[in-house]
Design a protein around this ligand. Sequence first.
Ligand SMILES: Nc1ncnc2c1ncn2[C@@H]1O[C@H](COP(=O)(O)OP(=O)(O)OP(=O)(O)O)[C@@H](O)[C@H]1O
Length: 234
Amino acid sequence: MSDPAPRAHPGFGLRAVSVRREQRTVLTGIDVELTEHRIGVIGLNGSGKSTLVRLLNGLLLPTTGTVTWNGLDTRREAKRVRRAVGFVFQNPDNQIVMPLVGEDVAFGVRNLGLPRAEVPVRVRAALDRFGLGDLHDREAHTLSGGEKQLLALAGVLIMEPEVVVFDEPTTLLDLRNVRRLGAEIAALDQQVIMVSHDLDALAGFDRVLRVEDGRVVDDGPADAVITGYRRRWG
Ligand SMILES: Nc1ncnc2c1ncn2[C@@H]1O[C@H](COP(=O)(O)OP(=O)(O)OP(=O)(O)O)[C@@H](O)[C@H]1O
């Protein structure tokens, strides 16, 4: 049997993008279309990976050039882009906003205009999905780092975004949860863009970009780009 047709998404367009922060150019000459189903971003510490993915939902605006999702400019259509593009931060403390676990996951969905009774049902399902069901009434700040990371992910996925951007989602996770997250990501219908130092986690991705000194220096199938990176720095 032949492979299923690769899934394409509306995707992102980055045109002539540069980012300057505090007088330094941290990204430059970025011209890419990102439409594949699962795209990884790799590179050394400080190369510009987080900066690149923060552009995708308008968390950060380019200093020059344009960033669009589905044709919507992140500068002019910030609200619509942010609603469509979920972002899972490297540090979950940046993302957890309510005192109790259940309240935190419910926070975003309360504003979606769902029938009132549906919110707790969705919250339970989102927590159960990541093995956090027993923690519903816990104070979020008492969770372990890994539990917080899964909570942050549950809080993003419950919003049913059209794209999920992950910035190093596995740094706090143990082996079992790395596997759990990998399986969740593999099963997502949404487009996934993921920054990771865990190169094994990106095997099987449709495309990988390698960033070095603020530029995309390699871009292609996961195997080839990861092999090139290992050769260069491994
Ligand atoms: N707000 C800021 N002000 C000044 N410099 C910044 C700012 N944010 C990022 N930088 C710099 O931009 C460069 C790229 O940072 P970025 O976080 O994108 O790297 P990264 O590839 O994600 O690194 P890591 O793998 O260590 O997470 C770094 O040199 C960083 O110090």
